[in-house]
Design a binder for this molecule. Structure first.
Ligand code: NAD
Length: 253
């Protein structure tokens, strides 16, 4: 059954990366509710299979940091949501170089390779939607997040190039830019920061994480999924090379 909000994705096959948890799981559920056949792509075997079963979709268990294995891929996807990601917090002088390279492989090279694998199918059908889960950190920097900020800024550039190349083929490419979302990735950061600063988790949320957000609450994964679903809709056919920023006013300053 599709939801009555104008987003009808019946007949579309959607690959969502990092879909076993957090934002990716919310996006997978939202696109399935709009009628898409969803491929739940994640390295978490049990999580991917459980959600695929719930959505009558497919599980694709893969480690997206193994980019050599993605080089010759062909992807039959009408919709690709590049979402899988991780965080590592350390000052540049202490940042492990192999961790930096890993994050760029997972969060920039893999999105490039997956788009590269999906475009022939999209171009053949004259329709496609590439949506990249970037971040407020795709538009702004924060200290101690060099790899993450570089990967997200790179993803913004990739999305713009894809929008230019895809336009003649009915393929759009856009980013969504959440502030802090209530997911396991953020819950881990709250407890890490509380330990590091000797603060309570509430204090970390208020005085550290949401300090620059005009709206003082975490964003919900379902709110990100609604923005992604809109970008996948036919109504968003003229929206390309741009962003939906859901940062509670953080970048308005
Ligand atoms: P999460 O940790 O809840 O989920 C990430 C998923 O990615 C997990 O299911 C994990 O198994 C998968 N994944 C990680 N490494 C992988 C790999 N090598 N191969 C395949 N799958 C892998 O995280 P989340 O908070 O839902 O974040 C999803 C995306 O949203 C990330 O790109 C993140 O940067 C972005 N984002 C998150 C927030 C936030 O506040 N949570 C804010 C802005 C942007």
């Amino acid at each position: 059954m599709t939801r009555d909000d104008g987003v009808d994705l019946a007949g579309r096959r959607a690959v969502v990366t990092g879909a076993a948890s957090g934002i990716g799981a919310a996006v997978a559920r939202r696109l399935a509710a709009a009628g898409a056949q969803v491929v739940v792509c994640d390295r978490d075997d049990d999580g991917a299979r459980a959600l695929a079963a719930e959505l009558a979709g497919e599980a694709w268990v893969v480690d997206l940091s193994d980019t050599a294995a993605l080089a010759d891929l062909t992807l039959e996807a009408d919709i690709l949501v590049n979402n899988a990601g991780i965080q590592h917090v350390a000052p540049v002088q202490d940042f492990p170089p192999e961790r930096f390279a890993f994050i760029l492989r997972l969060m920039l090279e893999a999105p490039f390779l997956l788009a590269r694998a999906a475009l022939p199918h999209m171009y053949a059908r004259g329709w496609g939607r590439l949506v990249h889960v970037s971040s407020a950190h795709g538009l702004r920097a924060s200290a101690f997040k060099s790899a993450y900020v570089c990967a997200k800024h790179g993803l913004e550039g990739l999305s713009k190039v894809l929008s230019l190349e895809g336009a003649a083929h009915g393929v759009t490419s856009n980013c969504v830019n959440p502030g802090y979302v209530r997911t396991p990735l953020v819950e881990r950061q709250i407890s890490d920061q509380a330990r590091a600063h000797g603060l309570s988790e509430d204090e970390v949320l208020g005085s550290v994480m949401l300090k620059n957000s005009a709206i003082k609450r975490l964003l919900e994964p379902a709110e990100v999924a609604t923005a992604v679903a809109y970008l996948c809709s036919d109504d968003a056919g003229f929206v390309t090379g741009t962003n939906i920023v859901l940062d509670g006013g953080w970048s308005a300053r």
